[in-house]
Design a protein around this ligand. Sequence first.
Ligand SMILES: Nc1ncnc2c1ncn2[C@@H]1O[C@H](COP(=O)(O)OP(=O)(O)OP(=O)(O)O)[C@@H](O)[C@H]1O
Ligand SMILES: [Mg+2]
Length: 326
Amino acid sequence: MGGFIVANGTQGDEFPSTFPGGDWPEVVDSPRVILYNIRSKPLVKPHLIVFANEKGGVGKSTLAFHTCVGLCSAGEKVAVLDLDRRQQSLADALASREATARGLEVDLPSPRYTVLENQSGSMLAQEISRIGAGSRFVIIDLAGQDSTVARYAIALANTLITPINNSLVDIDALAKIDPVNMRVKEPNRFANLVEDLRRERELCGMPPIDWVVVKNRLRTAEKKQRQYVDQALNDLSQTLRFRVTQGLSERVAYRELYLFGLTHLDLKLFPPLSRLNKHVEPEVSRLISDLALDRANPGQESLYNSKETARCFKAEEYRNSLFATR
Ligand SMILES: Nc1ncnc2c1ncn2[C@@H]1O[C@H](COP(=O)(O)OP(=O)(O)OP(=O)(O)O)[C@@H](O)[C@H]1O
Ligand SMILES: [Mg+2]
């Protein structure tokens, strides 16, 4: 735990006699303590992309996976840390990707990845340095709940991505909505936490976090609902300083391919599946470009240009199952 404040009265080797900026905070995972700990460590080198929303099932792992594959496919070196120790959904998808690559004998651009078992701020920092060494991006997928380690991850982020399902009910992850006029009443706990962490980070002179709220599971129906959501997000984006981008539309194929560790970006390698690709690949590509991540070689060296196609003949069952994807 060297260098990290772990609890009032216990200490790492840099325990301060007086806390900078005033009284010693009572709560050990308060934004101020977290930023104090982070500031005493060297800044991490890779661009850290953190997927966070305390609301569950909004698409954090799905969008983290698509972002990861998008970056890997563009030739970027990516590392992934799954902080959802219980579900490990992102790590499972990446393991499935390896199995698909083996089963179909095809090279699928992939990241290094691991699950963070020992969930503390210091272990997170250590693991980012270890797995992120030599990577341009580290992607972190959080569980759908508040925790000390989630706060550290958010505080360290260069880009913070909060997916929301495109409905007023799901927007309550960010704010309370007035049911009478459908306008924002006040930000909720998660939004306030992000705001506090950002403020402390800025007070420490660290670069600001780019907070992007991504609308996920978009449906063409529900026009009125979408207008209300856009209005509420617009209101909120001013106070909470986030950008809003389009995510993915609602598609069963996303779920089905996820089980194989695949995205629509991979389907060029599988000619029988290219029919699935027409409208969807641009959507996935747009998701990545809207995130406006600081890329070293934007748009270059796409591995999709590879002439290789999957040699499926050895994996009949695998192929049949995959090609039955809608
Ligand atoms: N665009 C989409 N189209 C169809 N299904 C989707 C889409 N995005 C997510 N899903 C599905 O919604 C469910 C929840 O998604 P996901 O697991 O990515 O959410 P999460 O925020 O990571 O959840 P948790 O908080 O439990 O970790 C999954 O079954 C996923 O396949
Ligand atoms: Mg998840």
